[in-house]
Design a binder for this molecule. Structure first.
Ligand SMILES: CC(C)(COP(=O)(O)OP(=O)(O)OC[C@H]1O[C@@H](n2cnc3c(N)ncnc32)[C@H](O)[C@@H]1OP(=O)(O)O)[C@@H](O)C(=O)NCCC(=O)NCCS
Length: 173
């Protein structure tokens, strides 16, 4: 897999190729309550668990995580997981640098570039907690289509919450 994908002035650098200082910054972003509160697991992640997770990615070709940068500015993180070569499908995920606003479009467009152009995937899917309106607006704005609802699928803040599925088919297929 390429170490860095570039499009316009944005770089997507694979977690497994990042220097330690970037890995620390990712952990800081991941543990920021403005970001973690929208994750299935909103617990604080320790440095050891974070580094082990990244080490394990080297032996998991179906899961890839990238740090997105515009020149030296960290925009956020994007991922393709459950990459399935037979079905040409994957699950998309992302979170932004909480100090920046309106960078979701750049990350999602970068992920689509990797998924559809570089990997030649046919379909992307994603899951989002139904109360996460900023994320849902981002997906709709980028032409992801509603694909269903998983009723009471996650237990967060002492209640079961619905999860909405969205999908996008490679526009050039
Ligand atoms: C989901 C996420 C990536 C969306 O990022 P974003 O689209 O760049 O938007 P922001 O979070 O910066 O939101 C800033 C505001 O600008 C709006 N906005 C952003 N881009 C916009 C655009 N191109 N046009 C119009 N409005 C826009 C947002 O809707 C939001 O409005 P609000 O404050 O009234 O709610 C980001 O909010 C995030 O990382 N959230 C935490 C993690 C997360 O939820 N990940 C997704 C899990 S499925």
């Amino acid at each position: 897999m390429a170490k860095v994908f570039k499009f316009e002035n944005i770089s997507a650098i694979n977690f497994v190729d990042l220097p330690k200082e970037d890995l620390y910054k990712i952990l800081e972003i991941r543990n920021d309550p403005r970001i973690s509160k929208w994750m299935y697991n909103s617990n604080i992640v320790s440095l050891q668990i974070h580094l082990d997770f990244i080490k394990n990615l080297k032996s998991m070709p179906s899961n890839a995580y990238w740090l997105f940068k515009e020149q030296d500015t960290i925009l956020g993180v994007g991922s393709l997981t459950r990459i399935n070569i037979t079905h040409k499908s994957a699950t998309l995920g992302l979170y932004k640098n909480p100090e920046l606003s309106r960078v979701g479009d750049k990350i999602i467009q970068g992920l689509e570039h990797i998924a559809f152009k570089a990997f030649g995937l046919h379909t992307l899917i994603l899951e989002v907690i139904e109360s996460n309106s900023r994320a849902i607006n981002l997906y709709k704005r980028n032409n992801f289509c509603y694909a269903g609802c998983l009723k009471e699928f996650v237990y967060i803040n002492k209640s079961y919450q619905d999860v909405i599925l969205y999908q996008k088919i490679n526009p050039s297929c």
